[in-house]
Design a protein around this ligand. Sequence first.
Ligand code: AHQ
Length: 237
Amino acid sequence: MKLITADTGSFIEALRAQSQRYHSEHPFHALMNEGRLNRSQIQGWVANRFYYQENIPRKDAAILANCPDREVRRRWIRRIQDHDGTADEEGGIEAWLRLGEAAGLTRDEMLDERHIVPGVRFAVDAYVTFASTRPWVEAVASSLTELFAPDLMSERLAAFERFYTWIDPDGLAYFRARLTQAPRDSEHALEVVKEHCQTPEEQARAVEALSFKNDVLWSMLDAIDRAYPGGTQEGDS
Ligand code: AHQ
């Protein structure tokens, strides 16, 4: 049967249009990047985002388990190593723990998840469940929020270095690593999605998967914003 291939250009356009709903536009990130978060808000964000970071390798392992394509798997596995680390590299989860320590949190209070608010737990668990239960190409498509990550990482790094000087800059290594890892990852994910989403239906599913992931990231910040109200005390940020 001849595949009715939709126009790739408009498909990529539809994926990139999801940038308008990316969590870079969330009020909490606006406050963060303007230096207007207090210490407790930064600590709450770091502690809650840790739950997202430590679940990324499980999300990616779920994609590997469902993916029949060795060429895709042999590149996708890098993501797990980037986070869990290898014999030579400590990995992103360890780097995030060091970010937490630099922000005044203990490793234990991040690892024991005492600060995780329900909305963050539900959103992250929904992401892992999505990757485990949806067709693997849809799970690949959901990772394409990383197309929009580099600008946010650069903005965040500049904000932390300028406004949150109470955090040891060495603790920001995680974000520096993402500046190269995210573009490498999203380039691969885009190749996979372009190759495997040929019909209008497949392309619509991919855009929906990316929209779902935007909702995951957005609702995490809603929950964190609610749990850690603002009202910056002088000298607190
Ligand atoms: O640190 C982030 C990360 O490791 C990942 C993996 C990727 C995925 O597979 O969904 N998405 C992602 C993201 C990370 N950081 C977020 C941030 O704002 O710090 C952005 C997020 C993403 O854009 O999906």
